[in-house]
Design a protein around this ligand. Structure first.
Ligand code: FAD
Length: 451
């Protein structure tokens, strides 16, 4: 496979050669399934704390093949559940503790990637969430109120003249808790560091099954004390896991490089990330080489939680994403789109991310990030490493540890629920775009997405 064709990020990273793949056998202390951010951060924190551990990562393609290599590059303090959702389930103090940990995580990714010698274009220039209708203004007020109540996130309301110059702009909410990164540079760098620390990286090796103490792979049977399952959007392809989390596709485009002066004039400064308050999430960043990498949801869920590379190219959705970008910033009209790609997110039934450790079987799991895994996977990696090593730390006591979501419904109910959520969100956006007022469908979207 030509991995450089997976996304703009893969094409621009260079080093995509899989490591030499010996037969997978032998005994390990920890075997991690999946070579994305979750698997690599967990492996690296384990080895930094206990250099003598024998840790392996088993990856079907190459490290960074999945969402970790192809995302929007928002290393943000966003978490799938809002602070109020966390408060309802776990109380005010736990909600505040998690918000604080997420804000610190953005700085930790910047700090540790530098310490590890990984240049991933980390630039913490914050996120501008544009307000482009009365309905969006209502959501913005709600977010500002919530941030004020919990007292952690330093959100600021910007007037029109200080916000990026978007069409229909009524201003923006600025959140300093986000850095733009080049995700493939980070994930491939982490793979190099993992190997340098003595980790065993088995690329081009598929996990076909696992149970306490052993992992069955396309290159042999491996035995282990601990197993960490970190397959995220691909979990449902393993036997018996179709209802644990479902793959939802997010698609992206990248423009050709744009005159930096034009981007500065618009107010999309170096390293800035941006979105608006629509239902069907969109996300953009100005890349180091002055492109706009821009993505959005809306791609269809496939019956039976099926994952396939063909679902990463949906011309209708790529066209919608392109249209949203130029509708938001008409100043960019005529800019050529150079790349179109997509990838699978992992979504649990209650849309909450979790770290789970079963001390009896020694099987662990981390994931369910929806679209917020770039920062969160670093926090989960630290938490999981401490839990496995029996270290009592603030990270190992956060409320996502041990959280259980109920399972997704059997088909065809799962299909109907997932497709309805996307449809309701797109119709609500259309209505709100035309009337400017909040659509009653937004309540349906909230209930279908666990809000
Ligand atoms: C288009 C897109 C945009 C996104 N944008 C953002 C963003 O801007 N900010 C943000 O915070 N989050 C974003 N996300 C989400 C974020 O990228 C993910 O949450 C995060 O990368 C998940 O990391 P992971 O290691 O858990 O999973 P992955 O990176 O998906 O890693 C799982 C790995 O498992 C491997 N694998 C699969 N099956 C097997 C098997 N049988 N055996 C062995 N290996 C296997 C895969 O090849 C893959 O490398 C985005 C996701 C997508 C798809």
């Amino acid at each position: 496979m030509d991995y450089s064709r997976l996304s703009f990020w893969h094409e621009s990273v260079g080093d995509l050669e899989p490591s030499p793949t010996p037969k997978a056998h032998g005994r390990y202390d920890v075997i991690i399934l999946g070579g994305g951010f979750t698997g690599l951060w967990t492996g690296i924190y384990l080895l930094r704390k206990e250099p003598k551990l024998k840790v392996a990562i088993v990856e079907k393609e190459i490290a960074g093949f999945g969402a970790s290599g192809r995302n929007g590059g928002w290393c943000s303090s966003l978490f799938p559940w809002s602070a109020s959702q966390l408060e309802r389930k776990y109380g005010f103090e736990q909600a505040v503790a998690l918000r604080r940990a997420m804000v610190k995580t953005v700085a930790e990714v910047g700090r540790i990637s530098k310490e590890l010698g990984i240049d991933c274009d980390f630039r913490q220039a914050g996120t501008y969430t544009l307000i482009r209708s009365d309905a969006q203004a209502k959501k913005a007020r709600h977010e500002l109120e919530q941030a004020g109540r919990f007292g952690v996130d330093e959100l600021k309301l910007l007037p029109i003249e200080s916000a990026p110059q978007a069409s229909k702009s009524m201003g923006a909410v600025f959140d300093p808790g986000c850095a733009a990164i080049h995700p493939a540079k980070l994930v491939r760098g982490l793979a190099r560091v993992f190997r340098k620390l003595g980790g065993h990286l088995f690329e081009k090796t598929e996990v076909t099954g696992f149970e306490a103490g052993q992992v069955e792979t396309s290159r042999g049977l491996m035995s282990t004390s601990w197993i960490v399952e970190a397959l995220e959007g691909y979990r449902s392809a393993l036997p018996g896991m179709k209802r644990d989390s479902i793959p939802i596709y997010s698609l992206m485009i990248a423009t050709e490089p744009i005159d930096p002066k034009l981007l500065d004039e618009i107010g999309i400064f170096d390293g800035a990330t941006f979105a608006d308050f629509r239902q069907l999430i969109v996300y953009g960043q100005r890349t180091k080489d002055n492109r706009i990498a821009f993505g959005g949801r809306g791609a269809p869920y496939h019956f039976g939680s099926k994952v396939s590379q063909e679902y990463e190219q949906v011309p209708r959705i790529h066209q919608n994403i392109e249209r949203y970008l130029f509708d938001m910033f008409p100043q960019l009209a005529g800019t050529r789109i150079s790349h179109r790609w997509g990838g699978a997110l992992g979504v649990k039934r209650d849309w909450m991310a979790s770290v789970r450790v079963d001390r009896a079987s020694k099987i662990c799991h981390a994931g369910g990030y929806v679209g917020d895994g770039v920062g969160t996977s670093n926090l989960f990696g630290r938490s999981l490493a401490d839990l496995i090593l029996g270290i009592d730390s603030p990270e190992s006591r956060l409320c996502f540890v041990g959280h259980e979501s109920k399972k997704w419904e059997p088909e065809p109910l799962r299909f109907l629920g997932a497709r309805s959520a996307v449809l309701a969100a797109s119709i609500a956006d259309e209505i709100e775009g035309v009337t400017g007022r909040q659509s009653p469908l937004s309540k349906v979207v909230a209930s279908l997405t666990g809000k």
